[in-house]
Ligand binder design. Structure first.
Ligand SMILES: NC(=O)c1ccc[n+]([C@@H]2O[C@H](COP(=O)([O-])OP(=O)(O)OC[C@H]3O[C@@H](n4cnc5c(N)ncnc54)[C@H](O)[C@@H]3O)[C@@H](O)[C@H]2O)c1
Length: 353
């Protein structure tokens, strides 16, 4: 019998990648999504195109139109499917958006995660549960590190952070944004179901997760949105830090590979910082240059002095724990390759003259 996977947020960037990845391995896939991204971000965030893509390209895929806030519905689905593994990617994913919709944000990110964890405990407690967390659980504490200013980016001045931020970094007593706070609640709950109930759970604290299937908008999906602006000749707005703020970028395929590695040999209540690491990091200014090289089009932009509240000045993930626990896993896509795929995807999705 085929193994069964439940993916929440299946029409989103990471969810859809995970669906395709495991379907190719012969798993039977149950996707849960209600296109809430279009409610959060408007028509530009609509993910129905991705749902249709999965439905038409993956014979083993079945879509469930369900809201993770629907506690009884989630429990009924888990009891019906009893998946061999759960990958939870559904979320209100934007730092900035959360302030305008605090209840929707918390009900989705924190309570929705609790609904899934408790349903999993009742229906399939032995099944690995992978939760997409975020580096925003560290709040703006990384901004307290000594930084040095280079020509096009910020970098850590202290050699202790040469490999980036590790999982031992404090999540306490800093500014998180309401999004970061709701994700902390979910992150700690996922750890607790691992430690308290002995379930095989893990939190993946993502840096910038990206790839060709992102429906990038200004408030979420940095590289996807930046490329879209470039191709459409739209102005990209830089918020503070001279455009030298650094993000580490990981292709959604490499995220799916890691999720597979964890599901194959799960641990309990684990936490990993999942990003592109130093090698796949870039500042906004550097991303402009890389994109211009790929598209041949200039990136127009405006500069807004005020940085986004709680935004990281320099963040990249220390990947050493991931590599130590799962030596077969590593980053396979460079930043340049990933950007090239994003450019191609936007060109295919929205043909231009
Ligand atoms: N993309 C990133 O850069 C990034 C970085 C760090 C962490 N993450 C985390 O990774 C996860 C996946 O991110 P993504 O970029 O794929 O997001 P996404 O917005 O592309 O996908 C999320 C999907 O979840 C669905 N969804 C949202 N609320 C829902 C609800 N209440 N019920 C059912 N479905 C719902 C949306 O419609 C969307 O299709 C999220 O938890 C996010 O916080 C993402």
């Amino acid at each position: 019998m085929a193994q069964t996977l439940l993916v929440t947020g299946s029409s989103g960037l990471i969810g859809s990648e995970v669906c395709a990845y495991f379907a190719a391995l012969g798993w039977s896939i149950h996707g849960l999504d209600n296109n809430q991204r279009a409610v959060f971000f408007g028509p530009q965030g609509d993910t129905r195109w991705n749902q249709r893509r999965l439905e038409s390209s993956l014979p083993s895929f079945r879509h469930h139109e369900l809201d993770i806030r629907d506690r009884a519905g989630v429990l009924a689905l888990l009891r019906e499917v009893r998946p061999n593994a759960i990958v939870h990617t559904a979320a209100q994913p934007s730092h900035d958006r959360a302030a305008a919709i605090p209840f929707d944000d918390f009900d989705t990110n924190a309570v929705g995660t609790l609904n899934l964890l408790e349903a999993a405990r009742q229906a399939c407690p032995q099944s690995p549960f992978v939760h997409m967390s975020t580096n925003k659980v560290y709040g703006d504490a990384p901004n307290r590190l000594d930084l040095r200013e280079l020509e096009t980016r910020w970098d850590y001045a202290d050699p202790a952070y040469a490999e980036g931020i590790a999982e031992t970094f404090t999540i306490d007593q800093s500014k998180h944004s309401l999004f970061g706070a709701s994700k902390v609640a979910a992150d700690v709950l996922v750890q607790e179901y691992g430690r308290y109930f002995d379930m095989p759970t893990c939190c993946l604290r993502g840096g910038c997760l990206t790839g060709p299937n992102h429906s990038g908008v200004e408030l979420h999906g940095f590289l996807s949105y930046l490329v879209r602006c470039n191709l459409e000749g739209r102005e990209y707005r830089i918020f503070g830090y001279k455009g030298k703020q650094v993000r580490d970028n990981i292709h959604s395929h490499d995220v799916a590979c890691f999720i597979h590695a964890f599901i194959s040999t799960p641990r309990r209540g684990e936490v990993y910082n999942l990003g592109g690491g130093r090698a796949n990091s870039c500042s906004i200014l550097e991303a402009f240059r890389l994109t211009e090289r790929l598209t041949g089009r200039p990136q127009t932009h405006t500069y807004v002095e005020q940085h986004r509240s709680g935004d990281h000045i320099c963040y990249f993930s220390d990947l050493r724990k991931m590599r130590a626990h799962f030596p077969g896993w590593d980053i396979t896509r460079s930043l340049e390759q990933t950007l090239a795929e994003i450019v191609e995807a936007w060109r295919r999705r929205e043909p231009r003259a």
